[in-house]
Design a protein around this ligand. Sequence first.
Ligand code: SF4
Length: 387
Amino acid sequence: MARIIDAPLTSNDGGGCDPRALHGAWGGLNAAAARGLAYTPEVKAKTDALYERVAHVVPAFEWPAYAPLIAAINDMKRAKNAIVLAHNYMTSEIFHCVGDFRGDSLQLARQAASTDADIIVQAGVHFMAETSKILAPEKTVLIPDLRAGCSLAASITGADVRLIKQRYPSAPVVTYVNTSAEVKAESDVTCTSSNAAAVVEWAAREWNTDRVILIPDEYLAKNVAAQTGVKIVAWHGRCEVHERFTADDIAEMRAAHPGLVVLAHPECPPEVMAAADFAGSTAALQNYVIEKQPAKVVLLTECSMSDNVAAMAPAVDFIRPCNLCPHMKRITLEGIYDALNEMKHQVVIPEVVRVRAKRAIDRMLALPKEKPRAFDVRRAPAAVELV
Ligand code: SF4
């Protein structure tokens, strides 16, 4: 199986507020040249229209650094019948210029299951690439950087899930997709932040119980518990990006920006959700901005999300406190180019694990498709049982 390093990175590896400081234009310029790619008139003609999608975040003088890689990736995709699945947290030059399908974990999983492509390049983290491979075993699934892990996925193992099940033998296990294939294989059904409350309610009905195990994100579990009335058993995993937001941050932003609309992701702590105006998955946050067109908004989630939604809502003023996910930022244009060019790194999952993990994902995908459910931020907090 492709291995990853899930350990958090140091600030030198990706902290701070500018994704381009990590792998930006000048690295890209050198990266393109190192691969024999140049900003020629032909490349310019192929990519001028794409630049319009990212002009709000990529200065014109940086574009010649990105364009040769973008043109080469798009050429290779056509030649190899490949697609790029781009998560909402990708930087804009990836998300808008080489991503064929864009969205949250649930949307990308559905695309992986239905695409006719022979090759899937996952512009996201490792658990997303595993999910694609679980759903599309006949396809070659590539992850451009093996170090693109996730603090939630690293927080729990299959052995941990087996121990939890021993302790609560009659409770169904609902597992967030931000987990390894091995953990999914021990689970009854998966969920995403778009459908977590709906899946928990469904599992409680199906198993005829009032107690459901929801792992591994402690905050998501607490936030779902407040929405459902189902007793939740939770694990102590945290997203290292969303756990950093605080209610004080929101108070400061509201004081500095009167009229600010605050949107939070449910991996944030409950007190942050309570101080927000609206909460939901990345897809729900995007829908809110596009439908409501708030004059001034802040998205309490990974910072590339604001750049990507801004392209779809140019009239909205985005306040951008920046919490980067260092794992997501491991995915670069040059990494995607190398992945397609060298057909690396191929995700491999033992069949016995894949089949069991697929059962849990299939149960989720079989539930009625519904609009990403918003979290009611006015609901009183609910206690969970932490194991
Ligand atoms: S943002 Fe959080 S949950 Fe998403 S990949 Fe990064 S560490 Fe994992």
